[in-house]
Design a binder for this molecule. Structure first.
Ligand code: PTJ
Length: 240
């Protein structure tokens, strides 16, 4: 992982976008990235195609953003949101008005027209979540059928799935509750995964709808997670 990435996070923490806990989360992610060889492996690419198929067939897709994601891949997230015509919603675990506004302002500076989930706009609640993460915007995650949640803790992925929404997770840890609960888990770094998802979406745009629906419905997330773990083992075997 580059020093520049760590510096970017540190700077974003001093600016109030990232919380100190975000640096700990990043350290956990880095450890998993090392055992992937810091590159996108085939299981992640397969999940990316399934995620693009889900997004292409969704009625109301929404991109959820937290502090780490904004700091690590803000520009890429804005590009994805524009490419797939899905709104961005700020959803924070450590929620404060100041952080919501800072993140929304940052994403707007990068080209996002509107950012949902700010202040009173986050008036809905997801059942079964105790944290501030339960709050959602009725125009965004509240009415979404597909939600992209990069770099999350497990509670919300489980609750969103219980509410009948399809969840696309991006998480370097294939063992996490988020990865297990999602419909499609991309085991990769958000820095690589978001542009890859935008590319896949653009390439698959012209595919017939029935083929996209098949691609999405035939994707077996648990099996693909097992494949991601196998790829990690294979990479480590090379070193051993
Ligand atoms: O900005 P907030 O207030 O919403 O808080 C964000 C954090 C990240 C602090 C909060 O969501 C959190 O504590 O998350 P966790 O429970 O630490 O989970 C983060 C997951 O993301 C872990 O499984 C990490 O392995 C993984 N991860 C960390 N960095 C990356 C990553 N996955 C993909 N790309 C990364 N760069």
């Amino acid at each position: 992982m580059s020093l520049a990435t760590r510096e970017r996070l540190e700077k974003a923490m001093r600016a109030g976008i990232v919380v100190p806990q975000g640096l700990i989360a990043h350290g956990r992610g880095e450890a998993f990235d090392y055992i992937l060889g810091e590159e996108t492996l085939p299981a992640a690419s397969a999940a990316t195609s399934a995620a693009a198929a889900l997004l292409l067939t969704a009625k109301h897709p929404v991109v959820s953003v937290n502090g780490n994601t904004a700091a690590l891949a803000g520009r890429e997230i804005v590009n994805l949101s524009l490419a797939i015509s899905a709104p961005i919603e700020v959803n924070l675990f450590h929620r404060t008005r100041r952080r919501e506004r800072l993140i929304a302002a940052y994403l707007k500076r990068l080209g996002s027209e509107e950012v949902l989930g700010i202040g009173e706009a986050a008036s809905n609640a997801i059942r079964g979540i105790a944290s501030q993460r339960r709050r959602t915007d009725p125009r965004g995650i509240g009415q979404a059928d597909v939600v992209l949640i990069p770099l999350e803790d497990g509670d919300r992925a489980e609750a969103l799935s219980r509410d009948g929404k399809k969840v696309i997770a991006i998480d370097l840890n294939p063992l996490s509750r988020t990865s297990r609960a999602a419909s499609v888990s991309i085991v990769d770094n958000v820095i690589r995964a978001i542009p890859a998802l935008t590319d896949a979406y653009n390439k698959m745009k012209k595919m017939p709808r029935d083929r996209l629906e098949r691609l999405a419905s035939e994707f077996d997330n648990q099996r693909n997670l097992a494949k991601a773990i196998q790829e990690m083992i294979q990479y480590l075997r090379g070193w051993a």
